[in-house]
Write a protein that binds this ligand. Structure first.
Ligand code: ASP
Ligand code: MG
Length: 406
């Protein structure tokens, strides 16, 4: 007998028929003799609608009330799923965040889970009852409802799996696993049977939108075995596991892209000690996240160009912050550019192989694609290129690293 957390995303619970389908999936797991806790998202599109309601009542609103509103989508699906299970003769009940309780901090809109009380859930799971938990929500120390940030029900599921000591956390979604690259972009993309936590973390944070990044961090920290699979098909998905569970490691496991970044170039920045701090300090104070950075050596020892990327949604704020301190910084020009895409190749095999970056640069060069910015980590190389090259670059790299399906 195993203990399984099954999480169903918005498309899997998008309407009543799909909720009945979810109930049948849970029934099958129960029939295998397993203990099951279910975590549900809101119906697809529901959370967006709720967010929109908040914006239209008050563009700048009380974050506590925002959470009260947007958490409601999951209350509906949790109740309906419990009902559908009962219709199949399964003992089940719904649980809201505060009822369990899933205790979080009080950062409304993007709260972090501190602790999950599991005594009562434990007892009921042991007695064969199915728990249907509303994802995405928790409760602040003062008792107010919190939400965990968009896509947060993945994190609810992994956190619950960790707290319950579950054998596996199955994340059911509308894709049947994690692919070597987005199959809509690269036709030869293959589903991965296994991927390491670290790679999945890079994939998620580099733009592959399969799992919320925070949920992968949590899975890695607590060693929760996560499986990503489709709620519409009966094929095994992708397992996210420890590196030593992967026998034959490819050098590069996958290619991710992100259209969410924008580039800023500061032309003729004075080349003096402390200049980087005086640029990036104020940006950090304005909560602008800077990702890639390049600074050239100055030819004349007086000034240099500095290029970096920020989230597209932060671009206007970043430009404003820099223009406000323009005199102090003394740059000649600021050039914002949204027409870029970041492409990353990811693989733990990079640690032990030479020439991985070279293969990337060569493949891009052969296709006439100019690299604007480069950044690397131990298991990832990212490049910024003009947006129109997105597909060409992904395909070229997919082939260059031998990832195409044979
Ligand atoms: N319903 C929430 C959202 O759309 C949480 C989730 O689906 O994971 O962001
Ligand atoms: Mg999701």
């Amino acid at each position: 007998m195993a203990r399984i957390v099954m999480k169903f995303g918005g498309t899997s619970v998008a309407d009543v028929d799909r909720i009945k389908n979810v109930a049948r999936r849970v029934q099958a797991e129960v029939a295998r003799g397993n203990q099951v806790a279910v975590v549900v998202s809101a119906m697809a599109g529901e959370t967006n609608k709720l967010v929109e309601y908040c914006r239209s009542v008050a563009p700048i609103h009380d974050a506590r009330e925002y959470d009260t509103v947007v958490a409601s989508g999951e209350q509906v699906t949790a109740g309906l799923t419990a009902m559908a299970l009962q219709e199949l003769g399964i003992t089940a009940r719904s649980w809201l965040g505060w009822q369990i309780a899933i205790q979080t901090d009080d950062v409304h809109g993007k709260a972090r889970i501190h602790e999950i009380k599991t005594t009562e859930l434990d007892r009921r799971l042991n007695a064969g009852e199915v728990a249907v938990v509303a994802g995405f929500q928790g409760v602040a120390p003062n008792g107010r409802i919190t939400t965990l940030g968009r896509g947060g029900s993945d994190t609810s599921a992994v956190a619950l799996a960790a707290a319950l000591g579950a054998d596996r956390c199955d994340i059911y979604t509308d894709v049947d696993g994690v692919y070597t690259c987005d199959p809509r972009i690269v036709r030869g993309a293959r589903k991965l049977n296994k991927i390491t936590y670290e790679e999945m973390l890079e994939m998620a944070s580099q733009g592959a939108k399969v799992l919320q990044t925070r949920s992968v961090e949590m899975a890695m920290k607590h060693r929760v075995r996560v499986q990503v699979l489709s709620s519409f098909e009966d094929t095994p998905g992708t397992l996210v596991v420890d590196e030593d569970e992967i026998v034959e490691q490819e050098v590069v496991s996958g290619i991710a892209y992100s259209r969410d970044e924008a580039k800023i170039t500061l032309v003729q920045v004075p080349d003096r000690p402390g200049i980087a701090a005086s640029i990036f300090g104020p940006l950090a104070d304005a909560a602008v996240n800077v990702d890639m950075i390049v600074q050239n050596v100055s030819e004349n020892g007086k000034s240099t160009d500095l290029t970096f990327t920020v989230g597209k949604t932060d671009l206007d704020r970043a430009v404003q912050v820099l223009n406000n301190i323009r005199d102090e910084l003394g740059f000649a020009r600021l050039i914002p550019d949204q027409n870029v895409v970041k492409i990353s190749v990811i693989g733990v095999g990079m640690r032990s192989h030479a020439g991985v970056a070279q293969r990337m640069f060569k493949a891009l060069a052969e296709n006439g694609i100019n690299i604007q910015v480069i950044s690397t980590s131990e298991i990832k190389i990212s490049v910024l290129v003009e947006e129109k090259y997105l597909e060409l670059a992904c395909r070229a790299l997919h082939s260059a690293y031998g990832l195409d399906a044979s």
